[in-house]
Design a protein around this ligand. Structure first.
Ligand code: NAD
Length: 256
């Protein structure tokens, strides 16, 4: 039932967003990729994705830190059966030292953008008579860590927004859920490994096991394919009565 549907994925020119795009394209959905940049390689990425899976794939530039651009992304997409709010950034600092502009950017990109895209997408979904809103939250939407105040606040906020979206669409064929990944080995995480190896004087495997995956009982990263598969499942008929909830893909992190 996903074949032929259009999926708009925010922040999807790398990492989890791009992985989610691949899984939806494999299932026959048309794809709208997005980020704030407007490089030839962004458009080439969409073209390659479309060719690989025989679907329509477009790249639409929009900065998710700007409310008007969030809404314009949905307008430019024209149709939006499935909305995946994935764009996100991180900054690590103690609360008294946390830069105000970083707090504002994280709240805007990781939380408020989902409000704006959802506001623009719900009327489109209602017109089409079907819809799915999937918010990529985090294990940090359910638990906390020190020095990640803005990220943890934004991710908890996104889960609250997900519940409200579900209640406002409860009697319609629209669902809203949050996916909560634990650690995923995206380029973002990969790039932290060399410095952490030096900092702790550990080899790569020990850094992964003892530092990065300290709170992930499975001692394995979740993969972008697993996250994409979870999003595809949430878009299936089997998931039609799953709404307003969270699905953790975290190797047992939140069971601790
Ligand atoms: P990533 O850095 O690879 O991807 C982030 C994406 O967001 C990129 O495509 C980037 O271009 C885009 N983006 C950043 N700022 C933007 C802006 N202003 N406008 C539009 N797009 C913007 O990181 P990722 O690990 O793939 O993270 C994706 C999502 O998953 C984030 O919301 C993140 O919080 C969440 N998450 C990641 C992990 C992990 O371990 N990697 C764990 C839990 C949750």
């Amino acid at each position: 039932n996903i074949s032929g549907k259009t999926v708009v994925i925010t922040g999807s020119n790398s990492g989890i967003g791009l992985g989610v795009a691949h899984e939806f394209a494999k299932a026959g959905a048309h794809i709208v990729l997005n980020s704030f940049s407007d490089r030839d390689e962004d458009h080439a990425l969409a073209e390659a994705l479309g060719k690989e899976h025989g679907v329509t794939a477009r790249y639409i530039q929009a900065d998710m830190s700007k409310s008007d651009q969030c809404r314009a992304l949905i307008e430019k997409a024209g149709t939006c059966d499935i909305l995946v709010n994935n764009a996100g950034i991180q900054h690590v600092a103690a609360i008294p030292d946390f830069p105000v502009e970083k707090w504002d950017a994280i709240i805007a990109i990781n939380m408020s953008s989902a409000f704006h895209t959802t506001a623009a997408a719900l009327p489109v979904m209602r017109k089409a008579g079907w819809g799915r809103v999937i918010n990529i939250a985090s294990a940090h939407g359910l638990t906390a860590s020190p020095f990640k105040s803005a990220y943890v606040a934004a991710k908890h906020g996104v889960i609250g927004l997900t519940k409200v979206t579900a209640l406002e669409t409860a009697e319609e064929p629209i669902t809203a859920n949050a996916v909560c990944p634990g650690y995923v080995l995206t380029p973002l995480v990969e790039s932290q490994i060399p410095d952490t190896m030096k900092e702790y004087n550990m080899d790569r495997d020990t850094v992964i096991r003892e530092v990065l995956l300290k709170r992930q009982p499975s001692k394995q990263f979740a993969t972008v394919e697993q996250l994409g598969g979870t999003c595809v499942f949430l878009s299936s008929d089997a998931a039609a009565q799953i709404t307003g909830t969270t699905i953790s893909v975290d190797g047992g992190w939140t069971a601790l």
